[in-house]
Write a protein that binds this ligand. Structure first.
Ligand SMILES: *[C@@H]1O[C@H](CO)[C@@H](O)[C@H](O)[C@H]1NC(C)=O
Ligand SMILES: *[C@@H]1O[C@H](CO)[C@@H](O)[C@H](O)[C@H]1NC(C)=O
Ligand SMILES: *[C@@H]1O[C@H](CO)[C@@H](O)[C@H](O)[C@H]1NC(C)=O
Length: 213
């Protein structure tokens, strides 16, 4: 099965983005080596995983706008691999929610949100931030990238307690437009990927990483 994902791309983040509005599920991925992605966070509500996210400093997490519903209180879990085992992970509250000012819940555009944490994370081998790409950097068609998350293992299936990852390739704009149309696709904000595996519900907000950089 080839999974076609639509990845929302903040205009300032040409090759590190996050998955939003994907059609199917990380499906057909593999378990990540524990703590090999120390920037990954699980965004949770009532101690239940709802989205992925990633540390971009010791105080800010980037995730998707649709990961918060109304005035929902979110927490983030850093340093996790198996979400069932909280021994080595930390839960941190959110001090402020900073969704893109033009984001609205019913539309796919500008689906990005910063979370300012209540306290700075303790950086260690399992907890690190990831650098954002520079403004204006391009990602060529067919670039090998990866996605990771604790989302569903198959469409309408269970969430994964282990962090999963999959490799994907960037698709060209015309093919992406053909798949999604103008109702969902914005060439300035998004890119499509193809791969044998890909993101699913619950992987939203996670990073899209150019493997070469
Ligand atoms: C939070 O989770 C607990 C146990 O999983 C559940 O009993 C409770 O109803 C949940 N609360 C909300 C507000 O969803
Ligand atoms: C958001 O909250 C409303 C009201 O509590 C609920 O009906 C809706 O299903 C929620 N949406 C999501 C995506 O959780
Ligand atoms: C885009 O990809 C499709 C499918 O692989 C291919 O048929 C098409 O020629 C490509 N278009 C461009 C402009 O590269």
């Amino acid at each position: 099965m080839i999974i076609i994902s639509l990845l929302l791309l903040a205009s300032l983040l040409p090759h590190l983005t996050f998955t939003a509005r994907v059609n199917v599920g990380i499906v057909d991925g593999t378990e990540a080596k524990p703590h090999s992605r120390p920037y990954m966070v699980s965004v949770q509500s009532n101690k239940t995983h709802i989205c992925g996210g990633f540390l971009i400093s010791d105080e800010f997490v980037l995730t998707a706008g649709h990961c918060r519903n109304g005035s929902q209180i979110l927490t983030v879990v850093v340093g996790a691999h198996d979400l069932r085992n909280s021994k080595n992970s930390d839960r941190i509250g959110v001090k402020s929610y900073i969704p893109h000012p033009s984001y609205t819940i019913h539309l796919p555009w500008n689906d990005i949100m910063l979370l300012r944490l209540q306290e700075k994370v303790n950086l260690n081998n399992d907890v690190k931030w990831i650098s954002l790409p520079k403004k204006g950097e391009d990602v060529e068609v067919n670039t090998l990238c990866s996605v990771a998350g604790w989302g569903q293992l198959q469409t309408n299936g269970p969430l994964s307690s282990l962090l999963m990852e999959a490799n994907v390739h960037v698709m060209n704009n015309s093919e992406c437009y053909k798949r999604w149309g103008q109702t969902y696709y914005s060439v300035e904000q998004m890119m499509c990927t193809r791969g044998n595996g890909g993101s699913c519900r619950g992987d939203s907000g996670g990073p899209f990483i150019n493997i070469k950089t």
